[in-house]
Design a protein around this ligand. Sequence first.
Ligand code: HEC
Ligand code: HEC
Ligand code: HEC
Ligand code: HEC
Length: 182
Amino acid sequence: MKILRMLIVMLVCSVLFNVIGQAENKYVGVKACAMCHKTEKQGNQLAIWQKSKHAEAYKSLTTVKADSIAKARGLTKSASESPECLKCHVIGYDGSADLLDKNYDYKDGVQCETCHGAGSGYKTLAIMKDKAKSVAAGLQLYKDDAEIEKFCVTCHNDKSPMYKGFKIKEMWGKIKHPKPKT
Ligand code: HEC
Ligand code: HEC
Ligand code: HEC
Ligand code: HEC
């Protein structure tokens, strides 16, 4: 009996640990990903992202144009301080501080971890080299175009004041960042 009880306690603990362990992944910021994802050999995802509009998503909220959009929508704060705007342009703006690593900067806008999940759990080389381990540690991947589109339209939709439709082929073409074929 005692052994059985111990086993049950251990089982419950390990389940809890797994759940909490996942939830505790922190956002480490684009600089941490860049360390390994900036060489041509890897596909230089960093440079592709830097040239994309996603890297500007916070900056775009600091303009006169953004403030006038916010005002027209009846918001009382500036665009870059309004959760109603920040929620699609930035991740981690509401500073759930325990989820943000010290190097994480929300001003980097829509960044690697917005799409691939908080990275503290999978960013080491030993884990990253192994796709299955990375996914188990929280790396978010997408299995096909339909899954990619489903994710994109969580922000690219008519709740966005600037929305002009979303064509997945065209839009993905502008930001895709593949590994070079070997
Ligand atoms: C220590 C180096 C290192 C760091 C830091 C790192 N990665 Fe990686 N990453 C790799 C390597 C190596 C691969 C495997 C590439 C391959 O399969 O050739 C990889 C693969 C990936 C893949 C593709 C997985 C697949 O097979 O489809 C994604 C997505 C990814 N990394 C995202 C990130 C993100 C986001 C961050 C930051 C949170 C990050 N990486 C940080 C080294 C790193
Ligand atoms: C977290 C919200 C969010 C997600 C998810 C997201 N985007 Fe964006 N995207 C934005 C924001 C915000 C902008 C506007 C950035 C700016 O100009 O300030 C943008 C801009 C863009 C642009 C540039 C606009 C243009 O017309 O050229 C492209 C391309 C784009 N996104 C493609 C995608 C694709 C493809 C996906 C899915 C893989 C995706 N986005 C997922 C928020 C998001
Ligand atoms: C539902 C998600 C979402 C919300 C909420 C949102 N945006 Fe955006 N925003 C986007 C996306 C996605 C784009 C890219 C436009 C596109 O190609 O569809 C964008 C683009 C923009 C741009 C254009 C940048 C440029 O190229 O000039 C500005 C400015 C902007 N948004 C301001 C705002 C303001 C101000 C608010 C709050 C009132 C806001 N957004 C709320 C998703 C959102
Ligand atoms: C707007 C969302 C978005 C952003 C931002 C983003 N990615 Fe991705 N990434 C994707 C999607 C979608 C795929 C393709 C599906 C997949 O491999 O899961 C992908 C694929 C990858 C791959 C695998 C490429 C391959 O050919 O196997 C790597 C590596 C990667 N991303 C790294 C990064 C890094 C590093 C950053 C930041 C510099 C980043 N991504 C930013 C959405 C994004």
